[in-house]
Design a protein around this ligand. Structure first.
Ligand SMILES: *Cc1c(COP(=O)(O)O)cnc(C)c1O
Length: 394
């Protein structure tokens, strides 16, 4: 039972026959009775020290069975020993940075990144020193106190790909964190390529229905322990109801990603031929950095793309105003198509210099293609661009 389509449906459900259930139980307890004090203290010590589970869960900030279940499922999908769940993708990254701080505090980062990740790193909020470098400079910029290398591939919002194997080789003994949110475990497994940590904003494709905010870090059991310690100490928990919905969403992950990707390949081709569009950034068209990694590190080009409106900001804003079926909103990886303006919204917190250097221009739109009928998505996009053209002329 190792194929992703099967794992997505069955992982984290191995004990159902024994429990006599057909859907994951939801445990909303905040606290758990301790009748055997010796067992209670031993469990407390184990959980505070970062153990995945113990005889008694003690308190929900230390352990929750429903969260534990979806963590096990996602670890199976990524092929890692462990997975640690958080209340959001940003809480997951924060825990990673607090851990990095305790191991040295210097972090090498390759741009572009999700806007808030960039902001968290650049702001120094977590007490780490982030140095932004090109992927090719990592070996050169590594220091004795470098605790982590962070990359995002495909990167948000330009869809640039980063060669994970090359970065891992350059990082040497320094662990590499790959934000693999855009790829999902269906299209890419960074741990197989040597990444020590695989992060997902589970809010996106893993949940898949736009109703859960959650984050995960997948890694070895040894690396997971300090991440659980940070989670327990800071309270950055995934809620069990969110964990349940996330687990429910996982069942259709492979189907959703395949369908959304097939739609995206079609939409990207049509956009590239549209007179209102100056350029489409999509790995499947070969128009992003390292697009040759599709078919190697990535099993497919994914369901996200960005495109530059020939008439700039005004045209991009008009498309946002005129889409109907497609929701003009931030976020991505939902069953429905979403379009947004990186420069004005998700990447607003990124410095102007970094925006310019990474191609986040005023005319750029990012499209997360959903699983609707592709002709309906296209018809909506086409009418929005037509009306954008008219409102430009008027
Ligand atoms: C959304 C996102 C995040 C942040 O996740 P939240 O769940 O919104 O906190 C981090 N990285 C990427 C690539 C994202 O798309």
């Amino acid at each position: 039972m190792s194929r992703i389509e099967t794992l997505a449906v069955h992982a984290g459900r191995e004990d159902f026959a024994e429990l006599g259930v057909h859907a994951p139980p939801i445990d909303l307890s905040t606290t758990y009775p301790v009748r055997d004090l010796d067992e209670g203290t031993a469990s407390f010590d184990a959980l505070v020290g970062g153990a995945a589970s113990a005889g008694n869960s003690i308190y929900a900030r230390l352990h929750n069975p429903t969260v534990d279940r979806v963590e096990k499922a996602i670890a199976r999908l990524e092929g890692t020993e462990a997975c640690v769940g958080y209340g959001s993708g940003m809480a997951a990254l924060t825990a990673m940075l607090m851990d990095a701080r305790s191991r040295g505090g210097h972090v090498l980062v390759v741009r572009p990144l999700y806007g808030t990740s960039d902001h968290l790193l650049a702001s120094g909020l977590c007490g780490i020193e982030a140095e932004f470098v090109d992927a090719g400079e990592i070996a050169l910029r590594k220091r004795a106190d470098t605790a982590l290398v962070i990359i995002e591939t495909p990167a948000n919002p330009t869809l640039d790909l980063v060669d994970i194997r090359a970065v891992v080789a350059a990082a040497g003994h320094v662990p590499v964190l790959v934000d693999s949110t855009f790829a999902t475990p269906v299209l890419q497994n960074p741990a197989e390529l040597g990444a020590a940590y695989v992060m997902h904003s589970a809010t996106k494709f893993l949940g898949g229905h736009g109703d859960v905010i959650a984050g995960v870090v997948c890694c070895s059991e040894e690396r997971a322990k300090p991440l659980r310690v940070v989670r327990a100490a800071t309270g950055a928990l995934m809620h069990p109801l969110g964990a349940y919905l996330l687990h429910r969403g996982l069942a259709t992950l492979a189907l959703r990603v395949e369908r959304a990707q097939a739609n995206a390949e079609d939409i990207a081709r049509r956009l590239a031929a549209h007179p209102a569009v100056a350029k489409v950034f999509y790995p499947g068209l070969g128009t992003t950095r390292n697009a040759h990694l599709v078919g190697e590190q990535m099993r497919g080009p994914g369901a996200l793309m960005a495109f530059e409106m020939a008439e700039g900001y005004g045209a991009a804003a008009a498309v946002m105003a005129h889409v109907g079926l497609i929701t003009p909103a931030v976020s991505l990886g939902s069953v429905d198509s979403l379009i947004q303006h990186p420069s004005g919204l998700t990447h607003r917190v990124v410095s102007e210099a970094a925006k310019t250097a990474t191609g986040i221009t005023p005319g750029l739109l990012r499209l997360s293609v959903g699983i609707e009928a592709v002709d309906d998505i296209w018809a909506d996009l086409d009418q929005a661009m037509r009306r954008a053209g008219m409102s430009q002329v008027a």
